[in-house]
Structure formats: C-alpha cells, structure tokens
Design a protein around this ligand. Structure first.
Ligand SMILES: Cc1cc2nc3c(=O)[nH]c(=O)nc-3n(C[C@H](O)[C@H](O)[C@H](O)COP(=O)(O)OP(=O)(O)OC[C@H]3O[C@@H](n4cnc5c(N)ncnc54)[C@H](O)[C@@H]3O)c2cc1C
Length: 438
C-alpha cells in the first residue's frame, strides 16, 4: 500500500489508537494528540476515568484486535491477564436465571482497561510512523474553504497555540461534544442525536483474588430485571485481583464503603457476587462513575460535512456501559475506516459515516431495546421493540438449559452475529419449545 501525507488523531484512548492503527498503513505520518501525559505503565488516567471500572472486551472486539495486532491476546496474558472460554468460564445472570454453561470455543480475555489500552498503545507506537504528542490539548480545527487542514493545539505546559497541518483529522476525543463542536465552530451543522436516558451509577472496588473464587470462573455479569434497578459485574484481572462493579439504574446509587457495597451485592437478583465478596480483602479505593444516557449522533444524516475531518468511536455513539460494547464498536469502526480510506480522501467523511451507521445499528438496537424494558426510561417502544423484547425473554428462558440458544444469544451479545440470527427457524423452533417451560 502506498502511503502519503499526514493524519492527525485527537485522543489516544481506544477509539483514537485503533484509528491510528489503520491510518498508519495509509499515511506517511500519523500524529496522535492527547491531552493527558501518558503513563509508561498501565494505570488509570484522568482522560479515561472509566478505566477504573470493569471493562469487558466482547468477542468481536477481541477478534478485531487480534486482526490488527497478531498475538494480542497472548501478549495481554503474558502481562498478567487471564483468558478462558467465553461461556465455559464466564457466567451471565439475565432475566432471572443463569445462561447454561458450555464450551463455546471462543476466548474471553480478562484484564484491566489500562492494561488493554497500554498493549494497544505500544503496538500502535511500534508501527514506526506513529507519534504521540501527549500533554497537549486540541483547541479546534483549521480550515480552508470547505476543507479541514489541521488542528490548533496547545501544550499543557506552554502558553502558545500551535497549528498542526494534516491531510485528514480524526476526532476521537470521547463522548463529550468537543470534537463535534469543532466542526460547528467552522459553521457546519451539528448532527441530530438520539438518547436513551438510563441515569446509571457505577461503583467499582478491587478485591484480592483467591483460588476457588467463583468456582474457577473468570467473570460474572448480573443484569437487572425491571422493575429491579440493581446490577453487577465481576471480572478477573492482572495482579491476582477481581474488579467488582455494582450498578444502579435510574438514579439509584450503590454505596462506596466496603460494608454497604457488600450489602448492595446481597440485594442483587443472585447471591453470587455477595458470596464472592464474603470475607474477600478489598484493595485500594472505590471508584464512581455516572453515565446519564446512551447517545447516538447521526452524522450520516448531515447534508454538509467538511472534507478532511471525521469523528469516531464514542464521539459517534456511546452505549450504556453494562453491555460492554464501546471498545468493540471502536474496533469495528476502524475496519470501516480502513475500507473507506481505500477509496481515497475525496468524500471520505460521508462514506465513513454511512458505513459506521450500519456498525452502530446492531449494538444500539441491543442496548436501546433492552433499556426500554424499564417503564421509567423515556423513549418510543415500537411494536418491533416490544416483540423483540418478548421474544428475547422467551429465548433466555430456554437458554438456561439449552446450549444452542445460549450460544445464539452469546454470539449476538458479543456482536459476532446480528440479531436476525436469533430469528432463524432452527432457533425460533427451540425458543417456542424451550422458552415456554419455566
Ligand atoms: C463506566 C464505563 C464503563 C465502560 N465499560 C466498558 C466495557 O465493559 N467494555 C467496553 O467495550 N467499553 C466500555 N466502556 C466504553 C469504552 O470505555 C469506550 O467506548 C472506549 O474507551 C472508546 O472511547 P473513545 O476512545 O471514543 O473515547 P474515550 O475513551 O473517552 O477517550 C477520549 C480520549 O481523548 C482525550 N481527549 C479529550 N479531549 C481532548 C482534547 N481536547 N485534546 C486532546 N485529547 C483529548 C482524552 O484524554 C482521552 O484519552 C465503558 C465506558 C464507561 C463510561
């Protein structure tokens, strides 16, 4: 592939790094501008506060990371992460019961979010033509006529504004409106946005991991069952730790102190998290995150877009984190970006946004329709959404015993198969039989 020109990426989190990965194959030089001073080892950082919370990498995300960085899973495991069968060593309590356990043949890698990001960052930096300007704020865009020609930046330790010229600027500054605002400051319209308000609070604590915990499983997810508003997740990670996240929906806030945390765990629809916490030793301080709403920005519907500028990942769509979709969607969008780039820079933003919208459709449908089961969540419940939810409820009842149904659900939930695959006649027949037996 011939490379030419310079691409600038704003944001060195998962979305920005994965974009940089594909840009590095197509540009002479890729400069990633990051506000934080990046740590040399894996540790949470200010610009990615969610790094202190459970981050599950879905099956599809891991597949794409392997494609971009061959040997990614083994490298993360060499640094202390754990790997195990997605359904053989991971348990999901959903709609009132556990999915049946079976060997899926699919790996799940269990690690802290900072470790995942560190390995991705090192692999991207090793490409040779990528450099990171950290400790540097992006202030806005530079444009000539209808084309973005660079970014305005300022080092955090210096007063002067700099301009960094670019043939393409990719905004990966996260879900806040900053990178969208940079285009509107130039006079371009803002995209319409859709929101599903869930008003979630995450409280996460780490505990020392002991042999025999969770009967040898590596993760556990407890999803809420409306009208219940409590949920939880447990994930093994490096350094012999568990990260345990308790989640409150719709304004509910789990306590941060160790005793209150245990009591909250005991109030979940299964005792599995409370049993794990029992007399487990807490490590470090709790972390809290609020997540008001899933948000999708409809860039693909804009009539006018500047050439030379596009945004990716959470800047397009950020999902209720309980579904664990963000990093995997960022990964999938990097593939879409690569394909759009192969057709040249002219018209790139429109091509990219159209293709990215089809990537976002599936996770958005999964998250939105599931959250709309809560009567308090504002939003239209179309006939399609109500039918889908009723069907999934029935499928999940069957999936407590039937590995074929559990597998079909797991593949969809891990973004490895579309929701339509759940409607295949072979699956629908089992849903009708298995789903009716309680
Ligand atoms: C509580 C929580 C839990 C989550 N759990 C999961 C999970 O289990 N699985 C999963 O796949 N996803 C999860 N996610 C989502 C996931 O973290 C994101 O989807 C993923 O990080 C991709 O986001 P991003 O790169 O677009 O933006 P972010 O991760 O928000 O990163 C934005 C980057 O841009 C930098 N930046 C911002 N503004 C500027 C500026 N002006 N100049 C320079 N740099 C700037 C920031 O410092 C940061 O590095 C979770 C999210 C939250 C909030």
């Amino acid at each position: 592939m011939t490379r030419s020109g310079r691409a600038v990426v704003v944001g060195a989190s998962m979305g920005g790094l994965l974009a940089a990965r594909v840009l590095a194959d197509r540009f002479d030089e890729v400069v990633v501008v990051e506000r934080d001073t990046l740590p040399a080892t894996q540790q949470p950082r200010r610009g990615v506060p969610q790094g202190r919370h459970t981050h599950l990498l879905l099956g599809r995300g891991r597949e794409v990371l392997e494609q971009h960085f061959p040997g990614f899973t083994s490298e993360v495991v060499d640094r202390g992460a754990l790997v195990g069968d997605l359904t053989g060593r991971g348990r999901v309590f959903i709609r009132g019961g556990f999915l049946t356990s079976f060997d899926s043949g699919l790996d799940c890698v269990c690690a802290s979010r900072p470790l995942l990001e560190q390995v991705v960052r090192e692999r991207v930096m090793a490409m040779g033509n990528v450099r990171v300007l950290d400790g540097t704020d992006t202030l806005g865009l530079r444009a000539v006529a209808d084309r973005v020609t660079g970014v305005r930046t300022r080092r955090r330790d210096a007063p002067d504004e700099q301009v960094l010229d670019a043939d393409l600027v990719v905004g990966a500054a996260g879900r806040a409106a900053a990178s969208v605002g940079w285009a509107t400051e130039l006079g371009y319209p803002a995209p319409t946005q859709e929101e599903i308000r869930v008003d979630i609070t995450y409280v996460s604590r780490r505990y020392r991991r002991r042999p025999g915990d969770l009967q040898g499983d590596l993760f556990l997810a407890v999803t809420p069952e409306p009208p219940g508003v409590r949920a939880g997740a447990v994930l093994a990670q490096e350094d012999d730790l568990w990260i345990v996240t308790l989640i409150g929906y719709l304004g509910e806030r789990p306590p941060e102190d160790a005793d209150g945390f245990r009591r909250y765990a005991a109030s979940l629809p299964t005792r599995a998290v409370a049993d794990l916490l029992g007399d487990a030793e807490p490590v470090g301080e709790p972390a809290v995150a609020h997540f008001p709403a899933s948000r999708r920005r409809r860039f693909e519907r804009l009539a006018t877009l500047p050439e030379g500028y596009l945004v990716v990942a959470d800047a397009i769509s950020s999902f209720n984190p309980v579904y664990g979709q963000g990093m995997s969607v960022a990964a999938e969008e990097s593939l879409v970006l690569a394909r759009a780039l192969d057709e040249g820079l002219a018209g790139l933003p429109r091509r990219f946004y159209r293709a990215a919208a089809t990537v976002v459709d599936m996770p958005w449908t999964i998250a939105a329709s599931s959250d709309l089961r809560f009567p308090q969540v504002p939003g239209e419940r179309s006939v399609q959404v109500r039918l889908l939810n009723a069907y999934i409820a029935r499928l999940l009842t069957g999936a407590r015993r039937d590995p074929v149904l559990a597998r079909a659900f797991t593949l969809t939930n891990n973004l490895m198969a579309g929701p339509r695959s759940l409607l295949r006649p072979a699956i629908a027949a089992r849903v009708m039989v298995g789903g009716s037996r309680r």
